[in-house]
Write a protein of this length. Sequence first.
Length: 95
Amino acid sequence: MKEDPLPILLNTVSFEVNEITVVLVLYILVVFVLIFLSALISGSEVSFFSLSSQNLQDLSKIDEKKEKKIRNLLKNPNKLLATILIANNFINVAI
């Protein structure tokens, strides 16, 4: 009589979810979140500092909450740039 191949197949295919696997998955998840945040901050840097003078004039004419926040951030571009660069450096070091 032949042996059933299923138990042997299950032993070779299955894997244990142990502590190391869970920690590894968490580390990978954290790295992806940090990369996403770095991309988001880099994108905001590009978008803030690539506004043309026409875009800035258009922003000054609109009196909505979002536009007011953008104008307030752009009132002090050196502080904005320093904040963006420091935040991006912290995230990149954490990666």
